[in-house]
Structures are given as structure tokens and as C-alpha cells.
Write a new protein. Structure first.
Lengths: 657, 191, 200
């Protein structure tokens, strides 16, 4: 009897196990999604919880930098960088106007393309984000403590600052190359004489390791090609910088035809450690020039703009070992270096195959002087000598490649609208997924470092057409998020983006979140017109200039009644937010003022100018809903005729301050 | 016997669990279905207002039914609606008919898809090569670089323009490039 | 040295803790303050628990007409003196070594502590009830009287959208330990006395 029971138990148990196994099998055959959770679950960040990654997306022709979260795709902040922003008074208040000064004067707009994050030992450190201005060449540094633009440096001799801003692996330099070659120095000459006379400047901007302050250390004056994109060497190739070039034909007109003639253009390999030696040895020329260097000081809450009149230049035709050219088929666009630093991927945007160069083969070829020829004194390495491999027939119109740190590369194809995953070393295509539509750059958080966080890839699309509810002829720009943690990519999410997102940079939120500035300490405020307490508030007349030293705190301005202002005066409102509490900014705006509002963070001072044109009593108010009595936060200024003898007075609650 | 009972009960508990497991794949199917709701990429965009693109023009031409069928079989519609600019050297039906008997039928078979993609892509080139530009290319002895990496030679004989030996019968400007109707299918040189 | 004497020397020394650690804390929690606002009460001051907390408490409270938390009150001049005197007295008693006096010291400190707590209550009551008649926001309680915002003497209490917690901090615990040690000194002293009498 006992045996019978045991056997029966085994039979029942086995059949149950079989059913379970069968059941699991059913689940697996219907797709990995059943086990890994649906796309919706993967991008869902529950209310109150935080995204895992920051994504810093270029604002394209908005000139700004957009901060999104991944995997949700939510937009958190638009950091004003190269364009004025009325919402934040950037470029409107007296403090930030100098940020947009250039050698051409104040410029309210630019086209921002390629953000990159600071690194320490080849790993993203979450300190600063750098981004380029394409049109009037500049590089900006954004603090990731405050998410404010702290510094902008203009680049002389450059035009169409496109192969920028790329950070070397210890943030020694931010490197910026010119897309358009131009006469250097600029002069009045015939465009027909382009060939041989125009130069392409590649700028090395030194970064102070503690403060992040930028200084234009030197420029290499390259032949007159178009320098399209760049990436730094890393690991074994640290000390080198790689630039894709096109228009090695040196055409100045109808480039769509004339710059597509050569079978191969180049990837320029620049040995910047060697450049440092040449600088040290004094082998540079000081060239007179003019460029602006603008710095925002957190302690004065104000920016200054300085004009610099000289730059050190290096001439690669006279300095052997500084630059080598690696032939790369058909106008390479993207120039991407894998996490190990061994492979340099050149995406010939018109080529049928992807070309991958080997760094170790390149150094061997240099050693062996395996040169095909030279261009303007720069050796051209033989194509086969540096070739690591080609990815054959991967798609149409390859543009950019990022890496997941697991030996795989992901390349975008503009014409065939897809992301293709392929394997480094074997060059085989592993997977492809369509994008909607016409993808440009792509981004894996940390994908441009030794340590990528290969969980997601974001595809940044050029065209959206029917992907969202329409908004007239101009429809939104768009990104798409793919899960790349498995063997096959999985499309998770479409989300709209600002301007045209060119490149993006990303990193784990945990690198940035703990260092956030929450308030500016009032005691550390060194603004020349700060008012640190209500009793110090005052109004001072200096001829036609009137300076209002004003404070704001929940829920009033001090003073909030001012009399004695006259038409024809120039009234400076220097307003200090006395709050010392996180997320309590106040705004201020004045009727008829020809400028934007101010949006002032706790402990900060900002200034706007008002030139009253009409006699009367004119109100101002807080523009940021600050408190339960926000609607009560307002005041009046009495404006009298120029010949009036009304004395200057300022009060709060009917009493002098 | 008691233990057997427990086993059976456990079994009962597992069965509903299995049903729930069967339900999950349906959400996975829903998740993957949005990847396929526009299988042809931009070619799926419905737009009757904009100027017609290369695919729309070709689809409306009764002389290009074979080409359009081939593009559909190769599933490369989205390439012909891309922002471009691209120039397509579009063989007409007669050009396909001139191929050895059975060639087209053979290429349309699913197993030959990659060959078909290659042949069709050879007929597309980045850039805007209208009649004026083609004459210029011929005059300057510049070749046209195609999507497959081939170089096409352009020659002019009297009023006629030839690309890689195929005569251009007509040129149509579209919203995203140029269609040059040709009288021959341009096959790889080594064939 | 006798154990009771040793305990009585250590006990009053614990009062030193009041000079280096706050003795009481009131914390205000609300959804919009993921990091709650807190004030620490020392024997000589009221201070921020985190930077700017007092300023932010005052800012919130001014809408309902509560006075600003005083930076200085008369008690802050007296408390340190009282603590030093009591400590000195305790040590003196310890060296004299009459265990009966140990109990006396304990009772005296307990009495003074109670007076301190009562004083604290009076201040809290005034702080929560004595409101500016021009206050922007006036709430009424269930009985139709002006609402009071007095924090609890000890414990937790919901006041509008805030939850107020009022609890002793390390300084107060040091005081309690010191007092308990003096009580222990008395009990040990009593036992020692009994043993002495037994051996005699």
C-alpha cells in the first residue's frame, strides 16, 4: 500500500511538473516580451519616482539644451545656452546679456548640435555638459549642479563649428573643428581661390580640472576640407583625436555634387599629446585675432565678457607626426571610437559599406611609414594598412555609431530609416529595427566613453510626419527609445523633443542628483546691487538713472510703492529673492517694460531695465505662482512728468523701509 | 494519502497560474504590434496634399508596374519616400520584359529578396540628377555614385542621354528627387 | 572610592551634554517639504535643524499671524547658569558624600526640569494662540473660535496640512541619564549604608 502511494505521488508530481514546463514553454514561444514585461511597463516611471538616466539633448536650431529623463522621455528643463530665453530672462536681464556677446557683438541665437559630458579616467563624472554653437562658432559649458550655462568661449578662424564639442577622456580638452574652411586670417579674396588657400581650424580648449574654466589653448590649421564630426581616442588611443572629413575636393560651390567626387575622403588622426610637445617647444605661431570669452560667476550672479586678441596656431605641414589621414570611403559623417579605443568607425554617408579603422594597425602603419601619398605635407596612410574591417551592406546612408560596452555597435541609417546592431571584430549584422523616420544621431548613455550603460539607445529622428497629433505645417521633433538589454532591440517609446535634436549625451541620474544646488546662499551673494534684507531696500537716483534695490519674499516686494520716477528716466530694478527655501523662485515684470520678466531663484539677484514713457501709476507683479498669496504680490510705481518736484520715496505697508 | 491530496491541491493552484501566464503574451503581442503599425516607414504616411514623391509617382505610372511590384517585393518603399534628394533610374515595364524569360519571376521570389534589393538599389543615387545636371556630369566626365557603391557613366549622343548604356526616355521631378525613366535594367558589371 | 560616590560624580557631569547637544526638537512635516522643517531647542538658543528652517517656518507661519520664532529669550540667559550651578552643586554633594543629599539633588533637578517644561509650554501656548489680528489667513476651529497652532508639548499632532512632532533630543536624554545616575547613587548609597551597619 505504501509503495502504491509513493508511485501515485510521483506520477502526479511529474505530470504537474510537465504541465508547468509546458506552460512556460508556451509563454516563451510567444515572445520575450512575456517574460521581460511589456514596453509600457519598461518606460513607466510611477508618480513620485525618478528616471534612471538623464538625457541631454541638443536643442538644434533653438540653440538650447533640453534635459530629458530616461526611460520615461519626460522633458524636465530647457537650459538656455546660445539663444535668449524670455522665460528665464537669459539674454534679457543685465546679468546674462554678456553671455551672448561675441566678436560680432550681441547675438541672440545659434544652432546647437553636439552635447558631451565631462569624464574622469574615461568614465562620465556628471560635472559639466559642453555643447557647440554651429553658426557663430562657440563652445558652452553648462554646470550640472545648477543646470545653468556658466561659460561660453568663441572660436576664431572657425566657421560652422560642427565637429564639436567632444571631450577627451580626462576632460583635458574640449575639441572643436570647423565644418567650413575659410581664409585664415579672414581677408578679401576671390572664392575661386579656395583650393589651397582656405584653412580648417581645429581648436583645443583646455579645461581647468577643478573649476571647469575654458581657455583656447591652441588651434591646428588643417587643409581646407570640411571637418564634419569627431571623437577622442580612449584607453590605448588616448592622446589622439579623430575627425571625419569631406569635401577633400575643396569645392566651394554645389557641394552636393562637387564634394561627392572623390572615392575616399579622410579620417584625420590628430596626436594632441604631440601638439602639446610642439607648443612646449615653442613651435607655434601667435596669430592676432579676436574672440569673446564669457563667464558667469555664481557668486555675483552676473556674467562678464572679455575680448581676447591672440591665438597660438600649429601648422601640421611643418610639424611631422602631428596629423595623419586615414582614407575612408565617400564623405564620412560620423567618426566614432569604441569603448576600448581600438576601433574608429567612419560612416561614409554615401557609402555602401561601413569602414572600421584599427588604432593599433594605424600606429603600426605610421611606424612602417606605409603612406600612399600626402596632402599638404600630411601623410595619407594606405587604406588597407589601417582597415580593421567593413560592415557590408548594412543599410543606406550610415551616419552615426554608438557602443553598448558589450562588444556591439549600433549605427543609424538615414536613407533606410533604421538602427542596425552589429558586432565589433566580426562585423556581422545582428539585428535591425526601423525608426520613424530618417534617423540622425543615436545615443546610449555613456556611449561616448570607456564605460557605456548599455540598457537603452535613443534614436534622434529628423522627420515625424504622422507619428503624433499634428500641429500645423511644423510638427514636433522626435526621439525613439529602444531597449537594447537583450539580443534584439525592442522599440519602447516615441517622445517629442525640442528644436532638432542632433546629438545627445546621457548618464545615470545618480551621478548628478546628489550634487544639485537647491538654493543660492544669501550670505554668499556678491552681486554689486544685492539687497540682503528689507531694511536695506532703497531707491537711488543718479541723474536720469534710477536704481531700485528691491527684495522679494512670500508674498510681497519691498518696497512695493515707489514715487518720484519721471518719464525719460532709466530705471534699473535690482531684485533680490530673499527666500532660502528650495523651489521658491519669484518673478517680476513691469507693465510696458521692453524686456522679459525676471525669474529669480532663492538667494539670487537679477536686474531689468525699464524706461517709463508715460505719466501715470504703473503696476508690477510676481510672475511665478509662489504662494497662497501670490496674487497679492504686486506693487505700484508713480511716474511723473520730467519737470515734477515729487520727491523720490519708497515704502512698504505705508512706511519707509 | 494526505500528502497526495496536498499535491493535487498544489496542482490546482498552478493551473490558474498557467492561465495567467498565457494572458501575458497577448500584451507582449500588443507591445510588438506598434512596431509594425507602419511597416513601410514613411511610405505608410497618408498625405494627399503634398507634391507627390518618387514612390507615389511611380505607383501612378502604368509603365512602371513591374518596378513598383519589385519595390514592394523587396520592401524598400520607405527608401523611395525618404527626404532624399535621390535620383531613381526607373526601368519601364519594357525594360524588365527585355530580361531573359523568367528572370523577373525568379527575383520576385521571397528567397531572392536580397538580390532584388541589390539590383533595385543600384538604380538609386543620392543627389538631384535632372536632364541639365546629367548633361553637366557628361560634360565634366563625372560619374554618378549609386546606393550600392557603383559608379555610373553618363554619356550624351545628340539629344539623347545615356546612363551606363541605358537611354533616358523621360525625366520627372518629384517632391524628393528625380525619376529618370530608362529603357534598360542596369545589371552589375561583372554579370 | 565608594560606588555611590562615583555614580554621583558621573551623574552631574552628564549635564555637560546640554552645552553640546540640543535638548528638544520640533519638526513640521508637509507634502511640499520632502525634507521636513525643524527647530532645535538648546539651553541657550533656538536653531535651524537644517539650514534656513527657522526662516522657512516663520515664512509659513506669518500667513496665519504667528510671531517669528524669537532668536533670544530671557530663559536662554538663565538656563546655562542654572545648569552650571546644578552641576557644581551635584559634584560638591558627591564629594561631601552624604548619600541622602544625592536624593535631594535628584529632586531639585527634577523640580527645575518641570519648571523648564512648564515655561516651554507657556511659550508654545503663546506662540500658537497669540496671533496677529491682521493675519492674511484666519482659520476657525470646530467650535468657531480662532484656530490655535500650538505644537504639542511632547508627541505628534496634525495642524492644518502640517504634522508637528515634538520630542526630546540627545541633550535632554543626557540630563535624564545624569538624573537617573544620581538616583542610582542614592539607592546604592542606601545599600552601602545598610551593609556598613550590618558589618558593624
Amino acid at each position: 500500500m505504501k509503495n502504491y502511494k509513493t508511485i501515485a505521488m510521483i506520477v502526479v508530481a511529474t505530470s504537474i511538473l510537465l504541465i508547468i514546463a509546458n506552460c512556460n514553454q508556451n509563454a516563451t514561444t510567444t515572445g520575450s516580451g512575456a517574460l521581460t514585461g511589456s514596453a509600457a511597463q519598461k518606460v513607466f516611471v510611477p508618480p513620485g519616482e525618478h528616471d534612471e538616466f538623464y538625457a541631454f539633448m541638443s536643442g538644434g536650431f533653438s540653440g538650447q539644451l533640453a534635459v530629458h529623463g530616461l526611460p520615461s522621455g519626460r522633458l524636465f528643463k530647457v537650459v538656455p545656452v546660445f539663444s535668449v530665453d524670455a522665460e528665464k530672462a537669459y539674454g534679457f536681464n543685465e546679468e546674462t546679456k554678456p553671455m551672448l556677446e561675441t566678436s560680432y557683438g550681441f547675438i541672440p541665437w545659434d544652432d546647437s548640435h553636439h552635447p558631451d559630458l565631462s569624464q574622469t579616467n574615461g568614465v562620465i563624472d556628471g560635472r559639466w555638459c559642453f555643447i557647440n554653437a554651429n553658426n557663430t562658432p562657440r563652445i558652452a559649458r553648462i554646470s550640472l549642479k545648477t543646470f545653468e550655462t556658466e561659460e561660453i568661449i568663441e572660436l576664431p578662424n572657425s566657421a560652422g563649428n560642427h565637429s564639436s564639442a567632444f571631450v577627451t577622456e580626462n576632460t583635458e580638452y574640449v575639441v572643436a573643428g570647423t565644418r567650413f574652411s575659410v581664409p585664415v586670417p579672414q581677408r578679401d579674396m576671390s572664392i575661386d581661390e579656395y583650393k589651397g588657400n582656405f584653412k580648417g581650424a581645429v581648436s583645443f580648449i583646455k579645461i581647468h580640472p577643478e573649476t571647469g574654466r575654458m581657455s583656447l589653448e591652441f588651434q591646428i590649421l588643417m587643409p581646407g576640407f570640411n571637418y564634419d564630426l569627431a571623437h577622442p581616442g580612449r584607453g590605448k588611443s588616448h592622446g589622439w583625436m579623430f575627425f571625419s572629413t569631406y569635401n577633400t575636393e575643396e569645392a566651394a560651390t554645389l557641394l552636393e555634387v562637387n564634394a561627392s567626387q572623390n572615392d575616399k575622403d579622410f579620417i584625420a588622426a590628430i596626436n594632441w599629446k604631440k601638439a602639446e610637445e610642439f607648443i612646449k617647444a615653442g613651435k607655434y605661431k601667435n596669430m592676432p585675432t579676436l574672440y569673446a570669452h564669457n563667464v558667469y560667476d555664481e557668486s555675483t550672479h552676473s556674467a562678464t565678457s572679455t575680448m581676447i586678441k591672440e591665438v597660438k596656431t600649429l601648422d601640421p605641414s611643418e610639424l611631422p607626426g602631428l596629423v595623419y589621414f586615414m582614407p575612408t570611403p565617400k564623405s564620412p559623417h560620423g567618426c566614432d571610437v569604441d569603448p576600448s579605443g581600438e576601433y574608429i568607425v567612419g560612416s561614409g554617408k554615401l557609402a555602401a559599406a561601413l569602414t572600421v579603422h584599427s588604432f593599433s594597425k594605424m600606429t603600426a602603419a605610421i611606424e612602417a611609414k606605409d603612406f600612399d601619398s600626402q596632402a599638404y605635407g600630411i601623410p595619407i596612410l594606405s587604406f588597407d594598412a589601417t582597415l580593421a574591417g567593413t560592415v557590408k551592406q548594412p543599410g543606406l546612408g550610415p551616419l552615426h555609431t554608438e557602443f553598448d560596452g558589450k562588444g556591439n555597435a549600433y549605427t543609424t541609417f538615414f536613407i533606410s530609416s533604421e538602427v542596425v546592431k552589429w558586432k565589433l571584430g566580426t562585423w556581422e549584422v545582428l539585428d535591425r529595427k526601423p525608426t520613424y523616420y530618417s534617423v540622425g544621431h543615436l545615443m546610449i548613455p555613456g556611449g561616448n566613453s570607456q564605460k557605456p550603460f548599455g540598457k537603452y539607445v535613443v534614436a534622434l529622428n529628423k522627420i515625424t510626419k504622422d507619428r503624433y497629433i499634428p500641429t500645423g505645417p511644423e510638427v514636433c521633433q522626435s526621439a525613439q527609445l529602444y531597449d537594447i538589454s537583450g539580443d534584439k532591440m525592442e522599440l519602447l517609446l516615441d517622445f517629442p523633443t525640442l528644436g532638432e535634436p542632433h546629438y545627445a549625451a546621457g548618464c545615470p541620474a545618480s551621478l548628478i542628483e546628489p550634487n544639485q544646488t537647491k538654493i543660492y546662499k544669501l550670505e554668499d551673494n556678491n552681486h554689486p546691487y544685492v539687497t540682503k534684507s528689507e531694511k536695506d531696500a532703497k531707491v537711488v537716483r543718479n541723474g536720469k538713472d534710477v536704481h531700485v534695490y528691491m527684495t522679494m519674499i512670500r508674498s510681497h516686494f519691498a518696497p512695493d510703492n515707489i514715487e518720484g520716477i519721471k518719464t525719460g528716466d532709466r530705471v534699473y530694478f535690482h531684485v533680490t529673492n530673499l527666500e532660502q527655501d528650495y523651489d521658491v523662485p519669484h518673478g517680476i515684470s513691469m507693465i510696458g517694460a521692453n524686456t522679459s520678466e525676471l525669474l529669480i531663484m532663492p538667494g539670487q539677484t537679477e536686474t531689468f531695465v525699464w524706461e517709463p514713457k508715460r505719466v501715470g501709476v504703473w503696476p508690477f507683479y510676481c510672475t511665478d505662482f509662489c504662494s497662497a498669496l501670490h496674487q497679492e504680490m504686486q506693487g505700484y510705481v508713480r511716474v511723473s512728468p520730467p519737470n515734477s518736484n515729487i520727491a523720490l520715496s519708497w515704502t512698504l505697508d505705508g512706511e519707509a523701509l | 494519502m494526505k500528502r497526495l491530496f496536498i499535491f493535487l491541491c498544489t496542482g490546482m493552484l498552478i493551473f490558474p497560474g498557467c492561465d495567467a501566464g498565457d494572458n501575458t503574451p497577448s500584451s507582449a503581442a500588443a507591445a510588438s504590434s506598434f512596431e509594425n503599425n507602419t511597416p513601410k516607414g514613411q511610405a505608410s504616411v497618408v498625405d494627399n496634399v503634398s507634391a507627390k514623391n518618387i514612390l507615389q509617382v511611380a505607383a501612378g505610372s502604368k509603365d512602371h508596374t513591374t518596378l513598383v511590384a519589385a519595390v514592394q517585393a523587396a520592401e524598400i518603399e520607405h527608401i523611395l519616400v525618404n527626404a532624399g534628394p535621390i535620383t531613381v533610374f526607373a526601368p519601364n515595364n519594357a525594360a524588365f520584359d527585355a530580361l531573359p524569360a523568367g528572370t523577373v519571376e525568379n527575383l520576385l521570389k521571397p528567397e531572392n529578396k536580397s538580390t532584388l534589393v541589390d539590383i533595385l538599389s543600384r538604380h538609386a543615387a543620392p543627389g538631384t540628377f535632372d536632364v541639365k545636371q546629367m548633361r553637366k556630369e557628361a560634360k565634366k566626365a563625372r560619374k554618378i555614385y549609386t546606393a550600392t557603391g557603383d559608379y555610373f557613366e553618363v554619356t550624351v549622343a545628340g539629344d539623347d542621354i545615356y546612363v551606363e548604356g541605358a537611354k533616358i526616355l523621360g525625366t520627372i521631378a518629384t517632391s524628393n528627387g528625380i525619376i529618370n525613366v530608362v529603357d534598360k535594367v542596369i545589371l552589375p558589371k561583372n554579370n | 572610592m565608594r560606588k555611590s560616590k562615583l555614580l554621583m560624580i558621573i551623574g552631574p557631569l552628564f549635564l555637560l551634554g546640554l552645552f553640546v547637544m540640543p535638548m528638544w526638537n520640533i519638526t513640521l512635516e508637509a507634502p511640499q517639504y520632502p525634507e521636513p522643517l525643524g527647530m532645535d531647542i538648546w539651553i541657550n538658543k533656538i536653531a535651524d535643524h537644517n539650514p534656513n528652517d527657522l526662516k522657512n517656518i516663520n515664512l509659513m507661519n506669518h500667513y496665519v499671524g504667528m510671531k517669528e520664532i524669537p532668536e533670544h529669550i530671557g530663559e536662554f540667559d538663565i538656563f546655562p547658569v542654572v545648569v552650571v550651578v546644578m552641576m557644581a552643586l551635584g559634584l560638591l554633594i558627591a564629594f561631601i558624600g552624604n548619600y541622602r543629599w544625592y536624593l535631594g539633588w535628584f529632586i531639585l533637578v527634577a523640580l527645575l526640569g518641570s519648571v523648564g517644561m512648564y515655561d516651554f509650554y507657556i511659550w508654545e501656548y503663546d506662540y500658537g494662540h497669540n496671533l496677529d489680528p491682521k493675519a492674511a489667513i484666519k482659520f476657525l476651529d470646530e467650535d468657531g473660535n480662532p484656530m490655535a497652532y500650538q505644537p504639542p508639548l511632547i508627541g505628534s499632532k496634525t495642524i492644518l496640512n502640517f504634522t508637528a512632532h515634538s520630542y526630546p533630543m540627545m541633550g535632554a536624554y543626557m540630563l535624564f541619564i545624569g538624573m537617573l545616575l544620581s538616583l542610582a547613587a542614592f539607592i546604592v548609597g542606601l545599600k552601602e549604608e545598610n551593609q556598613n551597619q550590618a558589618t558593624l
